[in-house]
Design a protein around this ligand. Structure first.
Ligand code: ATP
Length: 222
């Protein structure tokens, strides 16, 4: 459902993504793992057609996202450090978003339950912890049942309650056929969730495989 072929991104002479190819299909949880500045967000922003690559090809559902924006109605996105309106409540944010997306209003109640935010749904975002904001942002992305969920640095570890639920939520989505792509700089955080890890450094793909293979290759242990 997402195919990237030889994507390169340059800023002046600086190459921040180098000939990056990746294919992700439905029902898969894939993590782009790499240190700060590795090129993870750049890749995500290219997938979202927010920045143009300098070379290469990207397809979502077999379509060019730069030409056919309709693909985004089937995709949910959680940005790094979600910026939600502080004066609204979590429920209001979700209801507003449900309206825009044409999602069912009862989906809001359902998702508030899934993310464990029923009790706090009517408090203002400004009163939320970072983890609670993150949960609302994930619920917002899941409104309308997207077939692709992209999360940029979800920082799952900042929220112990969500950390407990996140794996089961993502696995449930995966079983229903959702493609999940997330970025992280923390192997600990994603090693139990990801089916496939892509290690990226300075714009180059260094490794692609399972967590076990990664640990074996780079740490020489099981
Ligand atoms: P982080 O974990 O910090 O978000 P990342 O892996 O997502 O890191 P990117 O944000 O993709 O990294 O950045 C990759 C490189 O591209 C960085 O060195 C960054 O400074 C550079 N970069 C990003 N945007 C621009 C821009 N508009 N102009 C010049 N360089 C840029």
């Amino acid at each position: 459902m997402i195919v990237s072929e030889g994507i390169t991104k340059k800023y002046g002479n600086r190459v921040v993504l180098n000939n990056f190819s990746l294919t992700i299909t439905r029902g898969e949880i894939v993590t782009l793992l790499g240190p700060n500045g590795a090129g993870k967000t750049t890749f995500v922003r290219i997938v979202l057609a927010l920045i143009r690559p300098s070379g290469g090809k990207i397809e979502i559902f077999g379509k060019d996202p730069f030409k056919d924006k309709s693909v985004f109605s089937r995709l949910g996105y959680v940005q790094e450090l979600p910026n939600l309106p502080p004066f609204l409540t979590g429920r209001q944010v979700l209801l507003l978003s449900a309206n825009i997306k044409g999602a069912r209003k009862d989906e809001v109640d359902e998702l508030l339950g899934v993310i464990g935010m029923v009790e706090n749904a009517d408090k203002q975002i400004s009163k939320y912890s970072k983890g609670m904001v993150q949960r609302i942002a994930i619920a917002e992305a899941l409104l309308g049942n997207p077939e692709i969920l992209i999360m940029d640095e979800p920082n799952i570890g900042i929220d112990p309650i969500f950390n407990l639920n996140v794996r089961s939520l993502l696995n449930k989505l995966k079983k229903s056929g959702t493609l999940i792509l997330m970025t992280s700089h923390d192997l600990e955080e994603v090693k139990k969730i990801a089916d496939r890890l892509i290690l990226i450094n300075k714009g180059n793909k260094m490794f692609e495989g399972s967590t076990e293979e990664l640990i074996k290759k780079f740490l020489g242990i099981r």
